[in-house]
Design a protein around this ligand. Structure first.
Ligand code: GDP
Ligand code: MG
Length: 297
């Protein structure tokens, strides 16, 4: 039996459902999903291993116009990550009738790549008239050929077997890069930081859209592995933001902590003791040293 393997990049505009798709394909919550775009700041790899194949998925931050250092970092990551892969999944959503400049840019980047490409049209659960899907496929096919075009609904888990089969078909013969039980090669610490960030995004209003950075300052086992003790700093950009994040009598910070702790306990399979502090660091998103400290290097 030949063994196939390879790195597969998931690329597409923010909010089209890349993280949702990745989570379901790998059946583990490793990438962060949110109603607000741009929450996936690092390229998180997750690994699916079967008898005859191993797929390493990479969730790329959305390609967009950079507005600050963090934005530049994210675009750079996205472009770097697709240069070295064995296949690309280009995810678009069926609600976008016309291609925007973002999709056109991605098409231009993809045209230059020699690797197999799969176009995934997501959120088909949202259209009543299936004809719209065909019209959309036409629009994309006019610009470039794809190895496969697959309409899916990530949320309803529709079409996902086809995605897996197609990926398997186009991957080259290759080695098992990671041990069987590997789900992700991201350090646990980084994933815990992403969980805290996700919960803050979900619970806070749009007043603090992308201004939160999470730094894990301590991460250790206690009571012979029965308890995982985590301490983290939440960085925001303004004093007024600090107040909002802490909330009335600390209620917001408490909610963020509770939600994050529950998810961490699920992910780690142990009790988690979590402590959070809120700190103001003016303009941290434009501070290269600060970004480095938070793991964006
Ligand atoms: P990303 O920014 O591309 O990674 O997008 P996310 O995976 O974070 O998803 C953005 C939003 O789209 C979330 O609210 C998801 O629940 C939603 N979403 C993802 N896939 C589907 C789908 O198949 N159908 C519908 N209706 N919503 C979806
Ligand atoms: Mg995402």
């Amino acid at each position: 039996m030949t063994f196939k393997s390879g790195f597969v990049s998931i690329i597409g505009k923010p909010n089209v459902g890349k993280s949702t798709l990745l989570n379901i394909l790998t059946k583990e919550k490793v990438a962060i999903t949110s109603k607000k775009p741009q929450t996936t700041r690092n390229t998180i790899k997750s690994v699916v291993t079967t008898d005859d194949c191993q797929i390493i998925f990479m969730d790329t931050p959305g390609i967009h116009k950079p507005r600050n250092e963090l934005g530049k970092y994210m675009v750079g990551k996205a472009e770097d990550s697709i240069k070295e892969v064995d296949a690309v999944l280009f995810v678009v959503e069926v609600l976008n009738k016309k291609l925007t400049t973002i999709e056109l840019n991605i098409v231009e980047i993809l045209k230059k790549l020699k690797v197999p490409k799969i176009l995934i049209i997501n959120k088909i659960d949202l259209v009543k008239n299936k004809e719209e899907i065909l019209i959309m496929i036409d629009e994309y096919n006019k610009l470039m050929d794809y190895d496969y075009v697959i309409p899916v609904s990530a949320i309803n888990e529709e079409g996902l077997n086809q995605v897996m089969e197609s990926v398997k078909n186009i991957l080259p013969e290759g080695p098992k890069y990671f041990p069987d039980d590997t789900l992700t090669d991201q350090p646990e610490k980084q994933i815990m930081a992403e969980v805290i960030r996700e919960k803050s995004f979900n619970l806070l209003s749009d007043e603090i859209p992308y201004g939160i950075g999470v730094e894990i300052i301590s991460f250790k086992d206690e009571k012979e592995g029965e308890i995982l003790s985590i301490q983290a700093n939440l960085y925001c950009e303004k004093n007024s933001h600090k107040g909002i994040i802490i909330g009335k009598k600390g209620s917001m910070l408490k909610s963020i902590g509770t939600e994050a702790r529950k998810e961490m306990e699920n992910l780690m399979g142990t009790k988690v003791y979590l402590e959070l502090w809120v700190k103001v660091k003016i303009d941290w998103r434009n501070n290269k040293n600060m970004l480095k400290n938070l793991g964006y290097n």
